[in-house]
Ligand binder design. Structure first.
Ligand SMILES: NC(=O)c1ccc[n+]([C@@H]2O[C@H](COP(=O)([O-])OP(=O)(O)OC[C@H]3O[C@@H](n4cnc5c(N)ncnc54)[C@H](OP(=O)(O)O)[C@@H]3O)[C@@H](O)[C@H]2O)c1
Length: 294
């Protein structure tokens, strides 16, 4: 008879020191039916095709969740080769290794595959047209994943924050402590995603044993601007820092941002029966985790 451990699903999480990767580490203990293998950039450089193949050859993997990415949106405009190799070429390596070694592939993509000219939440079949180079590399990564491996789930997410790593929420907490007022863009709309919620949703898909390949959208529920997000952070922490709305022109960045990138999450909800938390509730959870770490 096989031991329980051999019946466990072996789940590889790449980019394990990133925001999402660290949230996976945190929730891993909740899923005893799975055996997690977390690899950081230092342990598995996904841009090294030989290293990827050797890793899969030596480790039986059932599902690979790719949390590794080049996420410096502005720097991607100039570090084009690096952004392309991590977000596109390497995604092809992982997807191919998964196909060869019979593993399913879950890859994370972004709302930045859209141009943001829409006015309704983007569905998975809406036309993509990235407005910055990061978005282009992520879109190419999607194409490579789907070309190399039919057993691929791509989850496009948006405005990711976490108690780990650097993100908008942590930047706001820092600025609200030291500044009397801040200006935050009030004309770009989307919905934030608490990485811990996304990690749980992905585990729900995996443990449902209902792996239906394809593209899915996941963010928390709601439609807000960055200004709304900052205002709510300020409210929830009782900050006296004044939050002013500013235009995109007043906060120029090397990479353009889509003006509207709200994701329609109906497909992932309906397919996997996932209940998505409201953005304000998730923000509360994250702030409480951060508060408890003080
Ligand atoms: N952050 C967002 O707002 C956002 C929005 C939409 C979609 N997404 C997507 O969501 C996913 C998770 O994002 P995240 O915020 O968790 O990203 P993150 O915090 O930047 O983590 C990415 C991780 O990947 C690692 N990495 C970079 N190059 C690598 C390589 N060649 N081999 C192996 N690992 C490598 C990074 O290591 P180093 O830090 O040492 O380079 C980092 O630990 C990504 O696919 C991202 O594109 C993010």
């Amino acid at each position: 008879m096989e031991s329980t451990s051999t019946l466990k699903k072996n789940i590889l999480v790449t980019g394990a020191n990133g925001q999402l990767g660290q949230d996976f580490r945190k929730i891993a203990t909740l899923f005893l039916q799975c055996n997690f293998i977390f690899v950081t950039k230092e342990q598995l450089l996904i841009t090294d095709e030989d290293a990827v193949n050797i890793f899969f050859k030596n480790n039986p993997i059932d599902i690979c969740i790719n949390c590794a990415a080049y996420t410096a949106v502005d720097k991607a405009e100039t570090e084009r080769d690096l952004a392309t190799s991590v977000n596109a070429t390497a995604v092809g390596y992982l997807a191919k290794a998964c196909r060869i070694y019979n593993a399913k592939f879950i890859h994370i993509s972004t709302d930045y595959v859209f141009d943001g000219k829409g006015t309704n939440p983007y569905t998975e079949i809406d036309v993509t047209n990235p407005v910055n180079f990061y978005g282009e590399t992520k879109l190419n990564g999607e194409h490579k994943a789907l070309k190399e491996n039919k057993e691929t789930i791509i989850i496009r997410t948006a405005w990711v924050y976490s108690s780990f790593g650097n993100n908008f929420v942590k930047t706001m907490l820092r600025l609200m402590k030291i500044k009397e007022s801040i200006g935050i863009v009030n004309e770009q709309y989307g919905c934030p995603t608490y990485a811990a919620d996304l990690a749980i949703a992905i585990m729900q898909i995996i443990t449902s044993n209902n792996f239906i390949a394809g593209i899915y959208h996941y963010s928390n529920k709601g439609k807000i601007s960055w200004y709304d997000f900052a205002k709510e952070i300020s409210l929830q922490i009782n900050s006296h820092c004044v939050v002013n709305g500013i235009s995109t022109k007043e906060f120029p960045t090397p990479a353009s941002r889509p003006f509207y990138s709200v994701l329609d999450t109906t497909k992932i909800t309906d397919t996997f029966h996932i209940i998505i938390p409201e953005w304000k509730d998730s923000l509360k959870k994250c702030l409480s985790v951060l508060h408890s770490q003080k």
